[in-house]
Design a protein around this ligand. Sequence first.
Ligand SMILES: [Zn+2]
Length: 72
Amino acid sequence: MILKILAIAAVLFLVYIIFFKKNREKDIIKKKDVKYEDEMVECPTCKTYISTKESIVSNGKYYCSKDCLANK
Ligand SMILES: [Zn+2]
């Protein structure tokens, strides 16, 4: 009887560990995505902070608009 309870407890513990680990991995992936989408960068021309999502990338630099890209 005790062995049976221990076996069930062990299985539940393993399920809990696997589930918890999966959730943590999901959270880490989520955080990475959010960071990538919402990262704030400074426009080198007008010094305005813009999110990388809305910026124009040129030579590894993020510009807020085509005007700033042209006037770099
Ligand atoms: Zn700008």
